[in-house]
Design a protein around this ligand. Sequence first.
Ligand SMILES: N[C@@H](CCC(=O)N[C@@H](CS)C(=O)NCC(=O)O)C(=O)O
Length: 300
Amino acid sequence: MNIVPDSDRGRSSVKLKLATIVVQCLSSADCAECRAQAIDGSSPFEQAPRSGGQPETRPRSLPSLAVMVLRLYGDLLSQPTRAIAIFLEVNLIDYELHFLSLTKREHKSPEFLAINPRGQIPALVDDGFNLAESATILRYLASTRSVSDHWYPADARKRARVDALLDWYHTNLRNTAKYVFSRALQVLVFKLPEPTYEEVKKHEKDMTDALNYLETTLLTREGPFLLGESEPSIADVLIGCEVTQLKLLPKRDCEAILDSRPRIRNWLQELEIALGPHFARFHVRVDSTAKFLESKRSKL
Ligand SMILES: N[C@@H](CCC(=O)N[C@@H](CS)C(=O)NCC(=O)O)C(=O)O
C-alpha cells in the first residue's frame, strides 16, 4: 500500500495539496494492512481510507505517469462516496481514493472546486474527464468498464427500472441524510448550531415516508434485490449506503427503524453478502463514528 500526497505523484491533472491523501493499494494482499490503517486512525474523522482492490497488474516500478488511474474524491462518511468505492472494489476496477475531509471543508478548496464547482463529494476524474453526481458516476462506470450486466442492465426496460430507482433515491430517500445529519452529526461532529425542532421533525417525516415506500413497495419483488433479481444493481449499492448512515443515530433509534422494517433489514444483509468484505471495510469509518457519537451522547 502506498500513501502519498497527491503533489508527489507527478500527475498533470489538478493537484490537491494538503487536502488530498492518496491511499493506494496495489495488491489485494495489502488489504489487511489497509484495514488496520483505517481502524487505527487518530480520530474517526481523520482516518485515512484505502483504495484500489485490483490485484497487481503492473510492476510497482513503472512510472506513475504511464497509467492515468481513475480518481475518486470523497470521504467515507459520505454515503455516495462509499457506494462508488464499493462498486469499484467489487468490480476490481483500478482507482485511487483521494480523501477529502468534510469536517475540514476540504471539498470547498479551490483545487477541488476546479474538479467539481458544486464543491460536493463524490467526484470522479477519469483521464482528465471530471464527473460529479453519484448516480451518474455509477452509470458512467458501469457503462465504460467491463462489469456484469446485473449492475446496469443493457436491456432498455431493466435499465430504465434502475434509472427510476436512482431518480427516486435522489428526491426521496436521500432526505434520510438530512435527518441523520441534523440528529447525529450537525452539533457533535460539525460543531454547527443546533437544528430547530421543526427542522428535525420535517426531515424525520421525509425519511420515514421514503423508508416506508422502500419497505412496502420497492422491496416486495421476488428476488432479494431491488429489481427483483438475484444480484444487485448500482441502485442497490447507492440506496444501501444511504440506509447504513442510520447507524449514526442513537443505537436504539437505528434498531427501532430497522426492526419495524424487516424487508429493509434482510435486503441490507443480502447486500452485505453480495458485496463481500468491501461493504464492511468501507463502513469502518461510519462504525467508528457511531461509537464516538455514542460515547459523546453518554456524557451529555
Ligand atoms: N447529488 C449529489 C449529492 C452529493 C452530496 O450531497 N455530497 C455531500 C456529502 S455526502 C457533500 O458534499 N456535502 C457538502 C456540501 O454540500 O457542501 C450526489 O449524489 O453526488
